[in-house]
Unconditional design. Structure first.
Length: 244
């Protein structure tokens, strides 16, 4: 496969969308570096799926909100294994509540994890990608909430909207290096994050009348990481069943 020898870091790859992305990229011929925060068992399952399709997989653990830990772990990995060809920023958290009831901790934790994580993860790995002179792919996972806002998600919406702006700016900077930077904004996807929502009511507001699947998001990531997407950068791809 043309992707042999290219490795991609997928953050938050121990379950859900991240696991689906890692497995799909392995099917595409990429070697996959599987990031996890605390879910070692889930990361092991993802690793097994990557290896089952004949690709190299490895695990890396760090807290995306911890700047120094990200820097140390990522720089050490690159020193031993070489630059990444790509990075998928999928890890993130939500702490939903109405804004008047939102604590400072609720705000800070979501912003520092979701938005600061962009800098913390990408900053140590971008220059090695540039120096490798092999182009590359960066895909940032935003959200429908970051495009249109959502009740009870002021902190989450702020972080995800910020990711769109950051990705668009980085795309301008890295374009001449043949490194594309795009954002995916999923709507309601079948993961553990939506277990407590009134899904029967919500589905009625979605033109396609159903939730999305992690594999459908992974398919979009697959395209954006492909050679066919070499002329696609600075874009936001919404995967939401028509929901606005």
């Amino acid at each position: 496969m043309t992707n042999t020898g290219r490795s991609i870091l997928v953050t938050g790859a121990s379950k859900g969308i991240g696991q689906a992305i890692a497995t799909r990229l392995a099917h595409d011929g990429f070697d996959v570096v599987i990031h996890y925060g605390r879910d070692w068992d889930g990361a092991q399952q993802t690793l097994q799926q990557v290896q089952n399709v004949g690709r190299e997989g490895s695990l890396i653990q760090f807290d995306i909100a911890d700047r120094m830990e990200c820097k140390e772990k990522i720089e050490s990995f690159i020193s031993e294994n070489g630059a990444f060809y790509g990075a998928i920023l999928n890890a993130g958290i939500a702490k939903d509540t109405a804004f008047p009831a939102m604590t400072a901790a609720d705000w800070d934790q979501v912003i520092h994890t979701n938005l600061d994580g962009f800098y913390n993860v990408l900053h140590p790995l971008v220059m090695p990608m540039v120096s490798a002179r092999k182009g590359g792919r960066i895909v940032v996972m935003s959200s429908l909430s970051g495009e249109v806002g959502n009740r009870g998600q002021t902190n989450y919406s702020a972080s995800k909207a910020g990711l769109i702006g950051a990705a668009k700016s980085l795309a301008v900077e890295l374009g001449k290096r043949k490194i594309t930077v795009n954002t995916i904004a999923p709507g309601l996807i079948e993961t553990q994050m939506i277990d407590d929502l009134p899904l029967d009511q919500i589905k009625k507001t979605i033109p396609l009348q159903r939730l999305g699947t992690p594999d459908e998001v992974a398919g979009a990531v697959s395209y954006l990481c492909s050679d066919e997407a070499a002329y696609v950068t600075r874009q936001v791809l919404s995967i939401n069943g028509g929901m606005y």
